[in-house]
Write a protein that binds this ligand. Sequence first.
Ligand SMILES: *[C@@H]1O[C@H](CO)[C@@H](O)[C@H](O)[C@H]1NC(C)=O
Ligand SMILES: *[C@@H]1O[C@H](CO)[C@@H](O)[C@H](O)[C@H]1NC(C)=O
Ligand SMILES: *[C@@H]1O[C@H](CO)[C@@H](O)[C@H](O)[C@H]1NC(C)=O
Length: 380
Amino acid sequence: MNPFGLLLSVYFIRLAVAGNGEINPLITEEKLLWVGGGAGEVHTYRIPLLTFTTRGSLLAFAEGRKTSSGDMEAKFIALRRSTDRGATWSPTSYIVNDGIHTDGSNLGSIVVDEETGALLLIYSLCFYRYHCSPPSTMLIESLDDGLTWSAPRNLSVQLGVKSFIPGPGFGIQKRYPPAKGRLVVCGHGTIVGDGVFCILSDDHGRTWRNGAALKSIPYNQPKQKQDFNPDECQPVELQNGSIAIFVRNQNNYHCHCRMVVRSLDGGETLPVEELKFDQTLVDPVVAAGALQKDGVLYFSNPANSQNRVNMTLRWSLTDGENWNNEVLQIWQGPSGYSSLTSLKGDNPEDKKHIFIIYEKGQKDYCETVSFAKIHLYGGI
Ligand SMILES: *[C@@H]1O[C@H](CO)[C@@H](O)[C@H](O)[C@H]1NC(C)=O
Ligand SMILES: *[C@@H]1O[C@H](CO)[C@@H](O)[C@H](O)[C@H]1NC(C)=O
Ligand SMILES: *[C@@H]1O[C@H](CO)[C@@H](O)[C@H](O)[C@H]1NC(C)=O
C-alpha cells in the first residue's frame, strides 16, 4: 500500500470512530466577552454564567464590579446575547444596577423553564451584611428570550431571610421523574453558616420553598483548615432522574478536590451517604462548571491543586463514576470560575457542540471573561 493510501485509511478509521460518538473535543471559536479596567464604569467583570434558551440563543451574564475587584462591591449585572451559536454577540446591556450599594448583587443562577420558555435569574443582595441588612434572594425574569427583564422580585418573602448565593452557574428544570418539571436552584450560605442549600419551585417560579441542605460542620461557627465546608455548587440532572451537585470544597476537607453529592428525590434531601470526594477532579477551591448532555457528563475547572490556572474540560461516560483519561486543556494560564451549556434544538450542529464561559487571565490574575465553542468530535 502506498503511504498516501495508508494515511487515507487511517483517516477513515478515525472518522468511523468519531461517527460512533467518541468524544475528542476541540475549541473551534473563542471570544473575549468582557474586559475590565478600560474606559467606562466597570473595574472588573467576574462570575460568568452561560445558558441556552428555548429559542436557541446563548445568553452570557457577569457581575460588572464598579470600582474594585472585591466581592462586596456595587455592581451591574451585565448581559450579552448571541442568536448565532456564539459567532456574534449583542453589545452589553446592564439589566441590574446597584447604584452605590456597597454590598450589591452577587450572581447567581440562571434557570430556563423549558415548558414556558421563561428565563429566571436569581441572585443575592447584601449577602455579607456589609453596611446593609437583611440579606435578600432576588429574582428577575425574561419572557422574550432575554431582551427585556422584569423588575426584581424578593424571594426572601417566601424563603425567609438568609444569606444565600445561588450557583454560581445554572439551576435546572427536572426533565425526568421524580418531580418532573420542578425548578431546582442550589447555592451556598455565608462562611460560618456555609453549606449547600437548594430552593425548589413546582409552579414555574411563582412560589419557592427551601429544599435540600448539606450543612458545614461545625455549622454557624468559624471554620478551621480542613473542616467540612461545602460552598459554591453546580447541579446537573442525570438521565436516571437523580441530581449530581458538584461542590466547592472550601476548606479542603479530605482532599484538594471536588465534592459531589447526589439527590435522589428531586432536590428535597442530600443524604450524606450520597456524598463523595472525587480525587480525579483536582481543584484549587473555586467555582466550577458541569453539564450533562446526551448521557455524557462534562466538568470544567482550573485543574490544579493550588492555583487557579489550567482551565480544563473533562468528560465521563459513567455519570462521574470515572472520567476519561484524555482531557481538553482550554487555557493553561490564569483561569477562574467557569460555566457550561449546550443548545437543545433539533439542528445537528447542536448535538456536536458545548459552550464554556470562564474567567481568563494573561499574567497572574483573570482580567477578562472569555467564551469558547467546543466541537465535541473536532479533534480528529
Ligand atoms: C426582602 O424580604 C425580606 C423578608 O420580608 C425583607 O426583610 C427584606 O428587607 C426584603 N429585601 C428587599 C431588598 O426588599
Ligand atoms: C442514578 O445514577 C447515579 C450515578 O450512577 C447513582 O448514584 C444513583 O444511585 C442512581 N439513582 C437512581 C435513583 O437510580
Ligand atoms: C493541567 O491539567 C492536566 C490534566 O489534569 C495535568 O496533567 C497538568 O499537569 C495540569 N497542569 C498544571 C500546570 O496544572
